[in-house]
Every structure is written in C-alpha cells, then in structure tokens.
Design a protein around this ligand. Sequence first.
Ligand code: GDP
Ligand code: MG
Length: 176
Amino acid sequence: MAEGNHFDYLFKIVLAGDSGVGKSNLLSRFIRNEFNMESRSTIGVEFATRTITVNDKRIKAQVWDTAGQARYRAITAAYYRGAVGALLLYDVTNPSTFINVKQWVQELREHASPHIATLLIGNKADLGSLRAVSAQEAAAFAAENGMMFLETSALNTSNVESAFKSVLTDIYHIET
Ligand code: GDP
Ligand code: MG
C-alpha cells in the first residue's frame, strides 16, 4: 500500500548539532519541501513526520528538532529516548560547528541507544566558495566514529532525500 496513513514501521530520528547549522531547515525541506532564509529559532522541542518507502516497506519517520538551549537541558533525556537514528549536522562553512561534532557524539553516547544509526551531515554544501571543512576530513571522522557521512543543502535540496533515506535504511537493517 502506498497511500494514506498506512505504515509498517515508525522510527524516531533526532537532529543534533550546533545552532545555526540548518537542522530546522533540513527538517522543513524533508517534510514540507520548504526553506526559510530567516528561520526563527526552535522553541523547546518539536517533531514532524513523513512516511517514505524503504526496501518496499512504508516507514514513518518521526523527526525531532530542538534548539538545544541550556534552559531546555531538562528535556534532553526525553529528546533522545527511543531514538533509533540521529542526523548530526555541522555547517561546511563554519569550522567550529565541525569541531563541536565531537561533543555531539559524546551527547549521543550519554543519552541515546548504543545502537543508534548516525549520519554525519555537512550542510550548506551550496556555499562552495565559503567552504572551510573538507569532505575528506569529515568522511574520515565519520568512519572513525562508526557513522555514515553526506553533504547536503537544505537550500538547493541536494542530498536531503538521500540523507533521510540512508539513515532510515540503516535503521531498518539494525531494527528488523
Ligand atoms: P538550526 O539552528 O540548526 O535549526 O539552523 P536553521 O535551520 O535555523 O538555519 C540557520 C540559518 O542557516 C538560516 O538563516 C538558514 O536559512 C540557513 N541555512 C540552513 N540551511 C542552509 C543551507 O543548506 N544552505 C544555506 N546557504 N543556508 C542554509
Ligand atoms: Mg532550529
């Protein structure tokens, strides 16, 4: 069945990464095919869902987004609870967001399942002339840490579908 609300699996995926890397826009691009240049900061936690077909199964992705402000730290445990996938973003034009990926990996290790399928994402790949983190360096880091790796652009849509499809495929293999 390809229509309606039917789904075979529901998988919770969390977005992680520094403020400003494009988490909310990656989500709105995937869910509604929308992009905002002036995106407001996320208040607390929100999630959105979209059902796609992976390996002939209807998979409902429930994707959680947070601004990660200190005052919301109390909800960290709830944010990661039950998550089977993580998209860990940095901004390819901002080296500090890549350096901070290490801390996000630590946060996942502390709060998420050890089996969580994780995709490292270098977002804003459309800003090629401003690039400050090489794909090679990021791919090496991802491999060392057991993560997949992709570069995306929420602005021009490149690899957004692939990013969600690859994490959902990985989850499917881990969870079923
Ligand atoms: P968040 O704080 O991680 O949720 O980041 P946002 O989604 O709010 O994005 C922060 C800023 O980066 C906004 O001005 C977006 O328009 C911009 N942005 C997000 N994704 C991209 C992208 O792929 N390319 C470019 N050029 N800008 C982006
Ligand atoms: Mg946001």
